[in-house]
Each structure stands twice: as structure tokens, then as C-alpha cells.
Design a protein around this ligand. Structure first.
Ligand SMILES: [Zn+2]
Length: 337
């Protein structure tokens, strides 16, 4: 075979571009030790460094077949604008998921109040930036912030992204503070709806999975990061049974390869169910593309081209290309933009 095959571009619904710089440096310790290294990397960032570093990372994404990205941004307001410029320069569609950070983390992550946070969102929107609201987590946002942000997203028709149920400790702390697990708290505060994307949901229990389905919320899985950080296995059977919409993200950007995310997702599903073809290849490709744009509230995004003459596709029949992509190819199979 030779020539090019056009496919919908891949959509990276959850990225923290600055974390690309941590690859190879932080392989000791647990999630919380990794988080300390991440905070060190975030501490000194300037808008100039964000622009320079993010252009490189977004170019890598573009070359790997991601044509749109949701940047879950919590390293400062001037830096948010730098991220927008970087994406434009690299030729990827960006939705800036501006994080609300009420407590914990670093000074630079936090807004003084939820009113200040919403003011920042409005300022970006006034400049024509595509935004979504993003209460960072139930760790970082008090209940009143969640209520205000949930109501604002509903009123303005904006997507809402939030990290939840990534690590057991977060759930224990949420239970101690609120007497509720994270997704129950999000439901109570108006943060769970059809425009909500919960990032990870790794340790969601049955009731929380029901809540996702009842509210029509989706989940963004970040398989290579969740593996790298030792988060655990996502509750894939429960998510699939309830038809919770799924999308993917490269999250910490330890790997930038949508095919690897999808392969890891299906591999996990197979290991958990002892079956094969749990999510057929065409559905996996849709999870990697259109599902992400729905999660980001994006209408249009560029296609990608598969190099059918690539050595990893030699001898593959045309009808088998989609399955060969997800099970047998790396992102270098996409022709460079
Ligand atoms: Zn994240």
C-alpha cells in the first residue's frame, strides 16, 4: 500500500504541557513525591518559558496526530495567555481549561476568591479565547467555589473539567471534610452535568459511576499517565456498562502518542474482562477524536493523514488499517503536518 489515508485528528482532552519537562527525571517515589517535583517545575515558570516550552510540546502533539488540545492550566493568568499563543504557533486548536484553585498548591496557582477566578475566565473570553471552566479538584476547591463555578458553567453553556478520584487519599480527605465522595460532592454542587468531563475517575465506586451516568457526564482517561503515576486501573467495565462517554488525554505528557493511549485503554479493558475486542477499533478511534471535541465543546478540528507506505503498515489490507493503527502502530505513522 502507499498513499495517504485521511482520518479525523486526535483530540487530547487533558494536558498539562509544562509537565513534559519532567520526563525521565521523576521516576522514583509515589504519586505524592512526583507531585512535589511537579510543584518545583511549576514554581519558577515565566510566561516566556511557557510560550517557548509549550510550542515544542504542542508541535510534538501535532506531529503525533493530535490536532486539538484541552490545556488544563493552573500556572497563572499571564501564562494562560502565553499557552494560547504557543498553541497558535504550533498549529493546534486549543481550549484553555482555566483551573480554579482555592487552596493548597503554590501561591501562583491560586485566585484570591471565586469572583476573581470568574473574572479571569471572563477576561479570556473577552479576548476571544476558547475556554472551559476547571475547578482543579475537590482538594483545591472549597464547596462554595464548586457551587459558583457549576452555576456559572450552566448559565454560560461552558464545558466544565475537573480532576476526581485519581488517588485514594483524595477520597479519604473528601469524606472527612464533606461526608461525601468526590463525585457525590460534584453532583451536589451542580458540577456534574452533560458538559462535565471528570478527569481520571480511577477509584470511582459503583454509586459514583451511577452518578456519572445519571448526570450525563463524561470521563477523560489518561492511560499512559495513570500507569506512570501508579494511579490504578480505571473502572472500565462499570464505565462501559453505563455508556459513560470516554475521551483521552496525555495529561503529564510523559508520552505523546494517541495510539498508545488507546491501546493501553483497550489492553486494560482486556485484562480486566478476560475478553478481547472489548472496545472495537473504530470506537477506540472515535474515543480518541470526536469524543474529545465534544468534551472540549469544539466544533471543528483538523484531520490527520496516515502514511499508508509506512513500514508498520506493510502487508496490511486496507480494511484492517484502523485496527492495525490502534494495535500495531506508533504515532510516527502519521505524516507530518
Ligand atoms: Zn491532570
Amino acid at each position: 500500500m502507499s498513499g495517504l489515508l485521511r482520518l479525523s485528528g486526535f483530540v487530547n482532552a487533558h494536558s498539562h504541557a509544562f509537565q513534559r519537562a519532567l520526563r525521565g527525571k521523576v521516576e522514583g517515589g509515589d504519586f505524592w513525591a512526583w507531585r512535589e517535583s511537579m510543584l518545583d517545575a511549576a514554581r519558577g515558570l515565566t510566561p516566556g518559558q511557557v510560550r517557548e516550552g509549550y510550542v515544542e510540546t504542542y508541535r510534538e502533539m501535532r506531529a503525533a496526530g493530535y490536532t486539538a488540545v484541552g490545556e488544563f492550566h493552573y500556572v497563572g493568568f499571564a501564562e494562560a495567555e502565553a499557552a494560547v499563543v504557543a498553541a497558535r504557533e504550533a498549529g493546534v486548536e486549543l481550549v484553555l481549561l482555566l483551573a480554579a484553585y482555592g487552596r493548597g498548591g503554590l501561591d501562583r496557582f491560586r485566585q484570591a476568591s471565586v469572583v476573581d477566578y470568574l473574572r479571569q475566565v471572563e477576561a479570556l473570553r473577552a479576548r476571544g479565547v476558547r475556554v472551559g471552566v476547571a475547578p482543579h479538584s475537590v482538594r483545591a476547591c472549597p464547596r462554595t467555589w464548586l457551587e459558583e463555578i457549576g452555576a456559572y458553567a450552566e448559565r454560560e453553556g461552558l464545558v466544565l473539567h475537573v480532576h476526581a478520584d485519581e488517588q485514594p487519599r483524595e477520597i479519604e480527605e473528601c469524606l472527612a471534610e464533606h461526608g461525601l465522595r468526590p463525585l457525590a460532592l460534584l453532583a451536589e454542587t451542580g458540577c456534574l452535568g452533560p458538559r462535565t468531563t471528570v478527569v481520571h475517575a480511577t477509584h470511582a465506586d459503583r454509586r459514583e459511576l451511577d452518578l456519572l451516568a445519571e448526570h450525563g457526564a463524561g470521563v477523560c482517561l489518561c492511560p499512559t499517565t495513570e500507569a506512570n503515576l501508579g494511579d490504578g486501573f480505571p473502572p472500565l467495565e462499570g464505565l462501559l456498562e453505563r455508556r459513560v462517554p470516554l475521551c483521552i488525554g496525555s495529561d503529564s505528557n510523559v508520552r505523546i502518542d494517541p495510539l498508545e493511549e488507546l491501546r493501553e485503554l483497550e489492553g486494560t479493558a482486556r485484562r480486566l474482562t478476560l475478553r478481547r475486542n472489548v472496545i472495537p477499533a473504530d470506537e477506540l478511534l472515535a474515543i480518541g477524536s470526536g469524543a474529545g471535541t465534544r468534551a472540549l465543546g469544539l466544533d471543528g478540528w483538523p484531520d490527520v493523514e496516515v502514511d499508508l507506505g509506512h513500514r508498520s503498515l506493510v502487508g496490511v489490507e486496507p480494511d484492517d488499517v484502523p485496527a492495525a493503527l490502534v494495535h500495531g502502530c506508533g504515532a510516527d505513522v502519521f505524516s507530518s503536518p
